[in-house]
Ligand binder design. Structure first.
Ligand code: GLC
Length: 588
C-alpha cells in the first residue's frame, strides 16, 4: 500500500474518463465450470453455465474434483486480447473468482486456485495482464465478493442444496476477512493497474461491509473504478443496469450494460441461441446512443478457447467499427432523450451529428423530425459520399415540425448499421414532441405523461421503458403530438411479456382482456387488448412484444393534439396487467 500513499485521490471525472471513452468492453466468464460445459453426470443442467454447481445441486466435495481435470492447454492470452482489440473493445473484465469460489489466478490465501489445484499449474491472469499491457487494453477483474459456495462461511443464494455448506453457524465476516479481502488485495497488487473491480450479487451485504470492499480498492489503487454491483446502495463509481437490460431513454451519467451473446455467461455446449452480428452491432449503437458502455460476454471453453461463434461475431463488430468507429468512439450519446425507433444518434460535440440507421429505407427517403439546427452537409460516413438533403418547417398547431429529408442512394452502404454524418451549426437540439414521420407516429410509454383521476398515479415506467403496475382504472397516460398530414391512422398497442422464457412456456408471460378507451380531439376509440401477433423487441432480447390492433383514429386538420389512453376495465389475474410499451399510429 505504501507505494500509493502519496497519490492524490483522482476525481470521479478523471478516473472515469477512459471508461466513458471506451464504449465497448469484453466480459469473460471463465472458470472450472467450463469443464462441465452445461452437463453434470450425463444430464444437461438448465440455467446459466457458470452457476451449474447451484443449478445441478453439486456437492462441494464433488465439484472440487473438476479442478483436477481442468487443463486449458490452448489458452493464449495474446490471442484473447487480440480478438477483443480487433473487435474494437477497449477493456476486458474477467472472472477472477465466480460464485463457485474457485480462483482463476494464483491466490496465496486459498489453495483452491488454478495454479495449486489444476494440472495446468499456471496463472492465466499474469499472461493476460502482460498481453493487455502490450496491446493497450485495460484489464479489469470480476470478483464475486458476497457469494462463495466453496467457503464454509460464504453466502449461498437460497435455496441451498445437499452437500453445500450448512447454513447454521456461518460467519460472513470470517469469509470476508480470511478470503475475500485478502484475495481482493492480491488482485490489486499482483497484476499491475486494474481498470475496474467488478463486484457482483451483493445480496444482503451490509453497508459497512460494502464500504470495506470499496475502501480497500481505493486505498490500494486509487484510480481503479469500483463496479456498480458492490452494494445495493449508493456505492459504486458508475451505474450498472441488470444483465441484458438496456434502458429505453438516455442517461447522461456514466453507465454500462453487460450482456450475453447467447443465453449463458459461462460456456455451455448446448447453448446455440446466438444473437446475430446485426443484433449485436445495433445494440452497441443503441447503448452508446443512450450514453452507455456495452460489456459483451464470451464464455471460453475448458481448453481455453473463445468459441468460434463468438469470434466470428466479434470480428464482424470490429469490421463495422473499422468503417464507422468515428460515430462511436469520437462521440457522445444522449442527444435524444427517447429511443429513436429507426436507430441511434451520437454527436461529437464539435458540429457532427451521426445518424445510425438500422434499416435502409426502401424508397430512398429518410425523414428526421425535430432537429432544430441548420444542416451544412450530409455524407455517408463509411464512403464519404454526399447525401442530398432538404430542411423545412411544417406548421402544426401551436408549433412547427422541423423536417429534414435525406435522399439516400439505393442499397444500404452497410449490412448492419449505416451511419450518416451531418455537419450542423451549433450543438444538436431536438424537439422530441411526437409527430408524424412518413405516415407514422410512435407514442412510447417512456415519453407519456402519467396521471390519475384523483391523487397520484400508482403505476410507473420502468428503466426498460415499460409501464408497470397498471392495476387501477383511475390511472391513465397521455401524450401531446403534432400531426402534419391529417387523415385516418390505424392504432396498434404494443404490450410486453414477462422476460423469462420459462414463464413464456407456462403462458404466465402475458395478460390480455383489458378494455381501453383512446380519446383524442373529441373522438373515442374503445378496444380490448388481444394477442394479434408477437415480435422481438429491439434491445431487449428476453422480452416479447405483443401487438393489439385497436382500430382507427382520424385527424381532420394539421395541428397539435392530446391523446389519452384510459382503462375501462383491467384484468389482473396473472398479476401482470397491461405492460404498455408504445402506441403506434400508421396512416391508412
Ligand atoms: C448474474 C449472475 C452471474 C453472472 C452475472 C453477470 O449476476 O448471478 O452468474 O456472472 O450476472 O452479469
Amino acid at each position: 500500500m505504501e507505494q500509493f500513499a502519496d497519490r492524490r485521490y483522482p476525481s470521479d471525472e478523471e478516473r472515469l474518463k477512459w471508461f466513458r471513452e471506451a464504449k465497448f468492453g469484453m466480459f469473460i466468464h471463465w472458470g472450472i465450470y467450463a469443464q462441465l460445459a452445461g452437463s453434470w453426470k450425463g444430464r444437461e443442467i438448465p440455467g446459466i453455465g457458470e452457476q451449474i454447481m447451484r443449478f445441478g445441486k453439486i456437492p462441494v466435495e464433488e465439484y472440487r474434483q473438476i479442478a483436477k481435470d481442468f487443463n486449458p492447454v490452448k489458452f493464449d492470452a495474446g490471442e484473447w486480447v487480440r480478438i477483443a482489440k480487433q473487435a474494437g473493445m477497449r477493456y476486458i473484465v474477467i472472472t477472477a473468482k465466480h460464485h463457485d469460489g474457485f480462483a482463476m489466478y494464483h491466490s496465496h490465501c486459498s489453495p483452491y486456485n488454478i495454479v495449486d489445484a489444476t494440472p495446468y499449474g499456471r496463472d492465466p491472469m499474469k499472461d493476460l495482464a502482460a498481453a493487455c499491457k502490450e496491446q493497450g487494453v485495460r484489464l479489469c477483474f470480476y470478483y464475486s465478493h458476497y457469494q462463495d459456495w466453496d467457503d464454509p462461511d460464504g453466502v449461498v443464494k437460497a435455496p441451498s442444496w445437499e452437500g453445500a455448506w450448512p447454513e447454521e453457524g456461518k460467519v460472513f465476516e470470517k469469509y470476508m476477512n480470511d478470503k475475500a479481502l485478502p484475495q481482493l488485495t492480491e488482485l490489486l497488487t499482483q497484476y499491475g493497474p486494474v481498470g475496474i473491480l467488478w463486484f457482483d450479487t451483493p445480496g444482503e451485504l451490509s453497508h459497512y461491509n460494502a464500504r470495506r470492499f470499496n475502501d480497500l480498492v481505493h486505498a490500494i489503487q486509487p484510480e481503479c473504478i469500483v463496479g456498480p454491483r458492490i452494494s445495493n446502495d449508493e456505492l459504486g463509481d458508475y451505474i450498472g443496469y441488470g444483465d441484458n437490460q438496456v434502458p429505453a431513454s438516455g442517461n447522461p451519467l456514466p453507465w454500462e450494460t453487460c450482456a450475453t451473446m447467447n443465453d449463458t455467461w459461462g460456456f455451455k455446449a448446448q447453448d446455440h441461441n446466438w444473437k446475430s452480428p446485426a443484433q449485436l452491432i445495433r445494440l452497441l449503437c443503441s447503448i452508446v446512443g443512450k450514453g452507455g458502455n456495452y460489456l459483451l460476454n464470451v464464455g471460453p471453453t475448458a481448453e481455453g478457447q473463445i468459441p468460434p461463434e463468438s469470434v466470428e461475431r466479434l470480428h464482424a463488430a470490429g469490421e463495422w467499427l473499422d468503417r464507422n468507429g468515428e460515430a462511436i468512439y469520437n462521440a457522445r450519446g444522449c442527444v435524444l432523450q427517447n429511443e429513436a425507433e429507426w436507430g441511434a444518434v451520437t454527436e461529437d460535440g464539435a458540429g457532427c451529428l451521426y445518424l445510425h440507421l438500422f434499416d435502409w429505407p426502401q424508397d430512398g427517403r429518410f425523414i428526421l423530425n425535430g432537429l432544430q439546427n441548420r444542416v451544412r452537409s450530409a455524407r455517408l460516413l463509411a464512403t464519404g459520399e454526399a447525401v442530398p438533403f432538404r430542411q423545412e418547417s411544417a406548421p402544426a398547431g401551436d408549433g412547427t415540425v422541423e423536417r429534414l429529408t435525406l435522399s439516400l442512394p439505393a442499397g444500404a452502404p452497410d449490412p448492419y448499421v449505416s451511419v450518416i454524418r451531418l455537419e450542423i451549426e451549433g450543438k444538436a437540439t431536438f424537439d422530441e414532441t411526437p409527430s408524424d414521420c412518413a405516415g407514422r407516429v410512435t407514442l412510447s410509454a417512456a415519453s407519456g405523461t402519467l396521471s390519475a383521476e384523483a391523487g397520484k398515479p400508482a403505476f410507473a415506467v420502468s428503466k426498460a421503458g415499460i409501464l408497470e403496475g397498471w392495476s387501477r382504472t383511475e390511472d391513465f397516460i397521455s401524450w401531446k403530438l403534432r400531426i402534419q398530414e391529417p387523415g385516418c391512422y390505424n392504432v396498434t398497442m404494443n404490450t410486453f411479456t414477462e422476460k423469462y422464457p420459462e414463464e413464456q412456456k407456462n403462458g404466465m408471460d402475458w395478460e390480455g382482456g383489458h378494455r381501453f378507451r383512446l380519446s383524442c380531439a373529441g373522438k373515442e376509440l374503445d378496444f380490448t387488448v388481444t394477442d394479434d401477433g408477437r415480435s422481438h423487441p429491439r434491445d431487449l432480447f428476453l422480452w416479447q412484444n405483443v401487438a393489439t390492433h385497436c382500430g382507427a383514429l382520424c385527424f381532420e386538420h394539421p395541428g397539435s393534439y392530446t391523446l389519452s389512453l384510459k382503462p375501462q376495465q383491467l384484468c389482473f389475474e396473472k398479476g401482470l396487467g397491461p405492460k404498455l410499451k408504445s402506441l403506434v399510429l400508421s396512416r391508412k
